[in-house]
Structure formats: structure tokens, C-alpha cells
Design a protein around this ligand. Structure first.
Ligand SMILES: [Zn+2]
Ligand SMILES: [Zn+2]
Length: 395
């Protein structure tokens, strides 16, 4: 099969908007699309569709979907909105929210369908990655869980074993919960430790339940974890899991809120890490899943300086466009958007090391992360699916 990537995209995605002042700002998609186009990289866009209610029900309670539908019509929280996690600061109610959220889910579903049908080998839905949405409630800016719906579709249509990798700074709790007892869906989440960050879960002891015991893996990273330590942990965990699990498709969530400049988290990654992750997932997909790779967006709240570059790099990798450390951000893009921020817009897609000097505690943080991985490895050996057994985490 020839290499073919598609981006599931429509400007209608911009309707997923919690309103002024809310950190989850659809401008992130606008700016990303504009950067991709300014770079002369083809968008290869294929339109999303709205997920149907039957499709949403593969991930959510009917009572929850009906509540969202009702509030979507009025634009006002119902008396029992709090029961569904709605009408909160994180998840305020807005007009048309059901349609907007269903389109984000439909984007990931179309991506999955295109891969199943062989129309596309790598598919990207930047409007997806809404990994916090739970069975019967909204959470953390996420109304419906596009990842859960897409993975349920893949499981039902193909029986493929699915590896889900989540590098968002926040724990991928909604996806983990949905597949916690499923040995055919392995979820791996790298995130800032829940000791300090929403949603508070994602401890190494969360390993799955029943037949799925061992198929959930969590790597809670220390605050201020840098690229080097993060990448080291990724390499200690993911390759042995791939080798033992032998997935048929990789689903990856590319939240970029672990960047040092992100206002909502305490991690210290740069776009170099996000690019490295994209390159690695791409290689792994070709090595283990005949290239089948469904990628979604996620968090990212440095709307202008980080998200567009992180996701442009992801898309360039998916489409096989050459990229190196010195690829500049086009002047035309920078001058168009500079007024949105008082900070100078970065000159290059890949952050320069010199702008991110290692913190004074870098070694201690690295050692703490190594310790976490070693402990997880030991715990994993006691599970039904000891993916990390018998392999030294760090040489
Ligand atoms: Zn490829
Ligand atoms: Zn996040």
C-alpha cells in the first residue's frame, strides 16, 4: 500500500468554543491550519461528519447524551447540569455544544473509517483527543470522548488490537476508564503527576482490572520534566510494550500542554520532544502495524507560540515532509499573528535548546522519573499482561 496521510478537517470545528476567556480556544486550530498552509505543506483535508447518537452511545450513557442535547438547544445549564459535569468553569454550557462535540467525535470516527477502508494509512484529527470525557459526564474541556468512540468502532469492525499512547500533560483518564478491563486495548499515558495536576489520577498502580489487568500503564512525570528525561522514559516503556502486545493499530494523542511555556501545567518539554514523539510513533507504526496510525490532538494552551508549531511538526511527519532543526516559521505567519501575544513568536518550528537551559534540579528530576519507571516495571511483572517484564528500564 502506498503511503497516504489525511487530515480530517473542517472550519466547522471552530464551533467547539466554550467562550471568551476559556483556555480551550478554537483559535488553536485556525493558527495551526494557517501555519501548515504558510509552510506550503499540503493539508490533504477530508471532511468530518457528526457522530450519530448510536455511535456516541458506544462511549456514553443515553441520559448524559440527552442532557447535552437539551442544554445545547437552550445554551443554559439545566437544574441537574452539575450531575453531568456541565455548567462548571471547565465545562460551561454553550449553544450548539452537542453538534460541535459530535463533529469532533465524527472526525476521529472518519479517521478510523478511512484507515479501516484502506483509504488512508495515517489519519489525523486535531479536533479530537478529548480524553477526559467520561461515560456519564463532561470533564476537563471534554464533552464527548472521540478516542473511546473511535477505538470502539475499530474493535467492533476489525477486532484489531489497539495501542493508545497519550502524551498530553494531563492523565488520559477517560480513555483508560473505558478500556480498563479490556486486554485488547492497551492504554499508555505519560503525564505530569496527579499529585499536582488535574485530574489527579494516573498513578503507576492503576494497571487495569479483571482480564485487562496489566493493560493500563501510567507514567506520572515530575514537574519540570524536560525533553531528555521524558524521551528516556518513553523509550523505556513503549518499545517493550509494542514488542509483546503486537498491536494492529496505534492511536496517539498529541496534547502539547507539556511544553515549558504552557500556562496550565508544570512540565518543561519543547517542540523538539513533540516532534521526536511524532517521529517515533511513525516509525513504530511502520514496524508493528503496517503503518496504521490514527493521531488526534488534545490539550495545548499556549495557543500562538506552541500549539501551531507542535501540530505542524506532527503533520509534516505524518505526510513524510522533510524537516530539520532549522526549518523556520514563515515570516508571513509570524507577522500575521504576532499581535496576539506580547512575547516574540518563535523563529523555528523546533525549539532551540539554548532557549531552554536545564533547570537546577534537572538531574534530580531525571532520577525521580527513572525511579517511577523502574517501579512501574516491577509492578507490571505481577499482572496478567507483564509487558515490561524482564527488561532493564535503563541501561
Ligand atoms: Zn508513513
Ligand atoms: Zn491536557
Amino acid at each position: 500500500m502506498t503511503e497516504h496521510a489525511e487530515m480530517i478537517y473542517s472550519d466547522e470545528y471552530l464551533a467547539y468554543n466554550f467562550g471568551n476567556g476559556h483556555p480551550f480556544n478554537p483559535l488553536r486550530l485556525n493558527l495551526t491550519r494557517d501555519l501548515i498552509e504558510s509552510m506550503g505543506v499540503p493539508l490533504l483535508a477530508h471532511p468530518p461528519r457528526m457522530a450519530t447518537k448510536a455511535e456516541l452511545k458506544t462511549a456514553h450513557a443515553s441520559s448524559y447524551i440527552e442532557a447535552v442535547q437539551q442544554m445545547s438547544i437552550t445554551g443554559q445549564p439545566s437544574w441537574d447540569a452539575a450531575r453531568f459535569g456541565l455548567g462548571t468553569d471547565d465545562d460551561p454550557v454553550f449553544l450548539g455544544m452537542h453538534e460541535a462535540a459530535s463533529l469532533a467525535v465524527g472526525g476521529s470516527l472518519v479517521a478510523a473509517e478511512r484507515i479501516v477502508q484502506g483509504q488512508s494509512l495515517h489519519a489525523l484529527n486535531l479536533s479530537g483527543g478529548l480524553h477526559h470525557a467520561m461515560f456519564a459526564s463532561a470533564s476537563g474541556f471534554c464533552l464527548y470522548n472521540d478516542v473511546v468512540v473511535a477505538v470502539r468502532y475499530l474493535r467492533a469492525m476489525t477486532g484489531w488490537r489497539v495501542l493508545y499512547l497519550d502524551i498530553d500533560a494531563h492523565h488520559g483518564d477517560g480513555v483508560q476508564a473505558a478500556f480498563y478491563d479490556d486486554p485488547n486495548v492497551v492504554t499508555i499515558s505519560f503525564h505530569e503527576t496527579g499529585k499536582y495536576l488535574f485530574p489527579g489520577t494516573g498513578d503507576i498502580r492503576e494497571l487495569g482490572i479483571g482480564k485487562g489487568y496489566g493493560s493500563a500503564l501510567n507514567i506520572p512525570l515530575e514537574p519540570f520534566t524536560d525533553d531528555q528525561s521524558w524521551l528516556e522514559c518513553l523509550m523505556a516503556i513503549v518499545p517493550p510494550v509494542l514488542e509483546r502486545f503486537q498491536p494492529n493499530i496505534i492511536v496517539s494523542q498529541h496534547g502539547c500542554d507539556g511544553h515549558a511555556w504552557d500556562p496550565l501545567t508544570d512540565l518543561s518539554a519543547t517542540t523538539q520532544l513533540f516532534y521526536n514523539v511524532a517521529q517515533l510513533v511513525h516509525q513504530w507504526a511502520h514496524k508493528y502495524t503496517e503503518g496504521k496510525w490514527l493521531a488526534v490532538g488534545g490539550g495545548g494552551y499556549e495557543l500562538v507560540r506552541v500549539v501551531p508549531r507542535a501540530w505542524t511538526l506532527l503533520w509534516m511527519e505524518m505526510t513524510g515532509q522533510g524537516e530539520n532543526e532549522r526549518t523556520p516559521v514563515p515570516d508571513v505567519w509570524r507577522s500575521r499573528w504576532q499581535s496576539l501575544t506580547s512575547e516574540p513568536l518563535p523563529m523555528y518550528l523546533v525549539d532551540r535548546k539554548s532557549d531552554f537551559a536545564p533547570g537546577p534540579r534537572a538531574r534530580a528530576i531525571r532520577d525521580a522519573n527513572r525511579h517511577t519507571v523502574t517501579r512501574l516495571q516491577a509492578l507490571s511483572e505481577t499482572t496478567l499482561h507483564p509487558f515490561l517484564a524482564g527488561r532493564p528500564a535503563f541501561e
